[in-house]
Structure formats: C-alpha cells, structure tokens
Design a protein around this ligand. Structure first.
Ligand code: HEM
Length: 164
C-alpha cells in the first residue's frame, strides 16, 4: 500500500481561478472535513489523507472546499480528491466527489490528469491538465487540456500559515 498515512495533498488548483473567485465582491470560501486553506502565495488547499480509502492504485484524501460568488451562480465544490495512479508511472487521474450535489452522492468527476513522480517525502504532480469532464465545472472557461497547477503529496505535516 502506498505510504499515505499522515500524508496530505497540497494544491493551488489553478491559482488564477482562486484569485478570480477571491476578487468577487460576494466571494465565499469554506473548508470542512479536515481541509485547510493556507495563506501561501499561491494559496494552497490542503487535503488530509484518507487511509481507509487508499489502495495500491489510489491515493485518497478527504476534505471539502466550497467556493461561491456571483450571487450563487458560481458554486464549485472540490471534495474528497483521489488520485488513480497510472500504470508504470504513467499519467494519473485526480477525481473529486460529485461537485454538483451537497453530499457528493453522484458519480465522481475526473478533474485533471497529472504526471506523478516520487519525491523524498511523497509525490509531486506536474503537467496537470483539465479533463473534458471537468470543463463544465468551470463554466466552460477553460478548455479540455487547460493547464492546472502542480500539486504535492507530502507524508510529513509541515504545513504552516493555516488560516481555517
Ligand atoms: C454572473 C455570472 C458571471 C460573470 C458576470 C462572470 C464574469 C467573469 C469575468 C469578467 C471574467 C474575467 C475575469 C478577469 O479576467 O479578470 C471571468 C473569468 C472566469 N470565470 Fe466567470 N463570470 C460569471 C460566472 C461564472 C461561473 C458560474 C463560473 C463557474 C466556475 C465562472 C468561472 C470563471 C473562470 C474559471 C474564469 C477564469 C478565471 C481565470 O483563470 O482567470 N464564472 N468571469
């Protein structure tokens, strides 16, 4: 089993999107179920490991980030990310719980593809790119394949500057 106990996923998603939402006059951001937002620049969302759902091929995390604005027209929920490891270190897929329902009961949404490489204390994910399935979540602003931010999975908790 991959070493994810005590691990966390740190990801700025796509910094331009977080900045865009933060600049809306009625912007709201909430984190729950163990997720945290940092004050780093770019700002990171930190999702703690979910060892019970982690398998040989899946790195699972919990935590729920919700962003809203534009009088409720904009609502994006990014919760319970899971990374399906690619075969032989190939492209991995990060999915999130159904972002359209409050309780995430619908099918998971494959959000980005990402190239994972081992680091001293976990994994680093580069070349993140939006899937075709993820396009609607961002109001069709980003096309399929649009670059998303790199991510880190660390096994030691050194996260500082915790806001929430
Ligand atoms: C009242 C409805 C909306 C209006 C008036 C609106 C307006 C805008 C404007 C003016 C921009 C350009 C901002 C800039 O370049 O600084 C933008 C960007 C964007 N909007 Fe909206 N928007 C609306 C709804 C939504 C919704 C529902 C979503 C869904 C998530 C969304 C997602 C985005 C994204 C992803 C960007 C690109 C941010 C970036 O990476 O720079 N918008 N929007």
């Amino acid at each position: 089993m991959p070493e994810t106990s005590g691990a966390e996923l740190r990801w700025s998603i796509r910094a331009s999107f977080l900045r865009y939402v933060a600049a809306l006059p009625d912007a709201r951001a909430s984190v729950s179920d163990g997720a945290r937002l940092t004050r780093d620049d770019p700002q990171l969302v930190v999702y703690p490991a979910d060892p019970d759902a982690t398998t040989d091929s899946t790195l699972a995390f919990r935590g729920d980030l919700r962003l809203s604005g534009h009088g409720g027209l904009l609502f994006v929920r990014l919760a319970g990310p899971r990374i399906e490891l690619g075969i032989d270190g190939g492209t991995a897929v990060l999915s999130v719980e159904d972002p359209t329902s409050e309780d995430g009961t619908g099918p998971r949404l494959p959000l980005v593809t990402v190239t994972l490489t081992r680091t001293e204390d976990g994994w680093s994910g580069s070349d993140a790119a939006l899937t075709a399935d993820g396009v609607a979540l961002f109001n069709h602003v980003y096309p399929a394949g649009a670059p998303f931010d790199p991510l880190e999975i660390v096994t030691t908790a050194t996260a500082a500057h915790v806001v929430l």
